[in-house]
Design a binder for this molecule. Structure first.
Ligand code: SF4
Length: 224
């Protein structure tokens, strides 16, 4: 641990407030946590390129130019899935992810600086599972959210049909993998992010100038 991180951890009061505001995004140095099972894949979800998110220390929402793999919330809320409420403690405190070690309530600058650097991707975590890695890449091509945003903006009938096809493909793929492929449904959020139909609803709200929804904050809506 760096001296800066050591200093931060020793001054943290471990009140749990940060853990109740959402799980961390993962970075390259967090990879062993997943590979060694400290953070199971089913506890992760992916916010895909093209989605609108809120980033630490930045006002408003920004569109993601690359994906983020994050720890899910629990019980339909924001509290990090790895938080143990009874003990008011992180279940993996000694090995907590990089963002959690950098986060300082009184000084968001270190986290803000690190947030965009060296993010883990699904391809990194699926390097040993080429079938799933290829499946994810194919889904990303067919259900590209930057393309979906463009189709919504176009607003014509042909674009609407293409969006419907994209959402249908996404839903059918998920259903088939679970019903016929025996895939754990808890892995779908990590493999494919939120359902396309849900993201399109959020995009529509954004285009119509509606208020930002909780789901637009780094993708909590619909994540079990
Ligand atoms: S991983 Fe641990 S320290 Fe980080 S937000 Fe979750 S519970 Fe808190």
């Amino acid at each position: 641990m760096s001296s800066a991180a050591t200093e931060l951890s020793s001054s943290c009061r471990r009140c749990g407030a940060c853990c109740r505001n959402g799980g961390p995004a993962l970075h390259a140095e967090d990879r062993p946590l997943v590979e060694e099972g400290a953070i199971p894949l089913r506890d992760l979800f992916t916010v895909r390129r093209g989605e609108w998110v809120r980033e630490p220390g930045r006002p408003g929402l920004v569109r993601l130019s690359g994906e983020i793999v994050k720890v899910k919330g629990t019980g339909g809320g924001w509290t990090c899935r790895l938080y143990v409420p009874g003990e008011r403690a992180c279940g993996i405190y000694d090995r907590r992810p990089r963002e959690c070690r950098l986060l300082d309530c009184r000084d968001p600058a270190p986290l803000r600086r690190a947030f965009r650097r060296g993010r883990l991707t699904r391809a990194d975590l699926l390097a040993g599972a080429p079938h799933f890695r290829d499946l994810v890449a194919d889904h990303e091509r067919r259900c590209n959210l930057e393309a979906a945003w463009g189709l919504l903006q176009a607003g014509d009938a042909r674009s609407a049909r293409r969006l419907e096809e994209m959402a249908r493909y996404d839903a059918e793929l998920r259903g088939l993998l679970v019903s016929r492929g025996g895939l754990d449904p808890g892995l779908l959020d990590f493999l494919f992010g939120r359902p396309v139909a849900m993201v399109v609803r959020l995009f529509r709200r954004r285009l119509s100038g509606g208020p930002a929804a909780a789901g637009e904050d780094a993708g909590m809506e619909g994540v079990p």
